[in-house]
Design a protein. Structure first.
Length: 423
């Protein structure tokens, strides 16, 4: 079991590192691939390209989800990490705008789409793999342990980016950061080849209960569950990408803080969020995943505006206070998330359902969060205006969740998570 969680955890760390690195280095990458006279406009173009990568995630979820539900969880995970490594390696070799002109910008978008496609099969695929292995042994807690891999990948990407800001570091060294991710990703592929398949998938395979079209089955029999998970991940992604990408971009581009200092704050915020995820994972085991998530969502509504107002002040005490306040509800929604999502789908449709609902919401609400946040600031002139986007998305989840439980409580009571938590 240690080998299983270690291998899947490290694999997701690497894929998250590869995917998030583009967002953290967006100021530098924008000047290379999307140069413009106005630095803010250049960054906006880069953020738009960063968000476009998320639009490919649902397509990857459909493709890798079908593999995971028909050929096994391990097959989907192995192929996704290999594809991500190939796209990341191509990033480190891609010439800039000065060399290839518009073709360089187009190639950047294509590779970003490729990364998003591969990422579509990773996050929820790994989560499904872990949850099914620990289904009868505190799945909410081990799901939270796995959830910290996203933070660890973002933290690693932030740390490597911080090294690039040191004096006398050559301008081309950002390519080495992508090269590192691609090479280690290949190593992760070989690690995953020797993992055992989950017992739950083996059971449906032996009973010949594998679905030929799991997504069609979900849309006919479990579409309301799908939509609740979609709304939930919308709230998660809008929250997490405040810390993953927006904080660094806001501090360096809007408040004009030193890039190294902005990245340092981003590292601190990510570490606090990871600690919070583990704490709320343990809380979810004690009080239940749904109660923990609802409480944390209401807390997010209350804290969203104070968090962004504190960030806008720009002094160290205010920024650190904002990061602490952000970490609490982030852990509350992210910690119980893997088990919450997995419990809404049957074994035969879990990889496809969890992956598509997750990545569809990430693509719409999460990937464009930094772009939308910067757009709101530019249009309103209010540095705290991104808080209203976060509030709106959180309300969307809460209203969806409450409506679902009002009209579908009888069906919902049959879900596997109820049986486990009551036991």
């Amino acid at each position: 079991m240690k080998k299983i969680i270690t291998s899947v955890y490290l694999g997701n760390v690497l894929e998250t590192y590869d995917f998030v690195l583009c967002g953290i280095l967006i100021s530098k990458l924008s000047s290379v691939f999307f140069p413009a006279e106005d630095p803010i406009f250049s960054v906006m173009l880069g953020l738009l390209a960063f968000g476009i990568g998320f639009l490919a995630r649902p397509l990857g979820a459909i493709y890798f989800g079908h593999i995971g539900d028909s050929q096994g969880r391990k097959a989907g995970l192995s192929k996704s990490i290999l594809g991500m490594s190939a796209c990341t390696f191509a990033f480190c070799c891609l010439p800039g705008y000065e060399t290839l002109g518009l073709f360089s910008s187009i190639a950047f978008l294509v590779l970003r789409i490729g990364q998003g496609f591969c990422m579509g099969g990773e996050g929820q695929g790994g989560s499904t793999f872990i949850i099914e292995h620990y289904w009868h042994n505190k799945p909410a807690f081990y799901g939270a342990v796995y959830a910290t891999s996203n933070g660890m990948g973002a933290l690693l990407a932030t740390f490597i980016s911080l090294l690039l800001t040191l004096p006398n570091v050559p301008a081309w060294c950002w390519r080495a950061a992508f090269l590192l991710g691609s090479l280690v990703g290949v190593a992760g592929f070989f690690l995953r080849r020797y993992l055992p398949e989950t017992a739950q998938f083996k059971q449906i395979e032996q009973k010949k209960e594998i679905l030929s079209t799991p997504l069609n089955w979900i849309m006919k029999n479990s579409k309301f569950n799908f939509f609740v998970v979609f709304a939930f991940v919308a709230a998660i992604s809008a929250t997490t990408y405040v810390g993953f990408a927006f904080v660094n971009v806001f501090l360096s581009s809007i408040l004009h803080l030193d890039p190294a200092l902005s990245l340092t704050y981003a590292c601190i915020g990510t570490m606090m969020a990871m600690i919070s995820v583990l704490i709320f994972g343990a809380i979810a085991v004690r009080f239940g995943t749904e109660k923990t998530i609802i409480f944390s969502s209401f807390l997010l509504l209350i804290l969203a505006l104070p968090i962004h107002c504190l960030l806008a002040k720009g002094d160290s005490v205010s920024i650190l206070s904002a990061l602490i306040l952000l970490a609490i509800p982030t852990g509350g929604v992210c910690g119980p998330a893997p088990f919450f999502i997995a419990s809404y789908f049957t074994t035969a449709s879990r990889y496809s359902g969890a992956a598509l609902s997750n990545n569809l919401a990430q693509g719409i609400f999460g990937g464009f969060q930094p772009f939308i946040a910067m757009y709101l600031i530019q249009k309103t002139g209010l540095n705290y205006s991104p808080a209203f986007y976060l509030i709106a998305v959180t309300l969307f989840f809460l209203v969806t969740f409450l409506i679902y439980y009002k009209y579908h409580s009888e069906k919902n009571s049959q879900r596997a998570s109820y049986a486990i938590e009551n036991h």
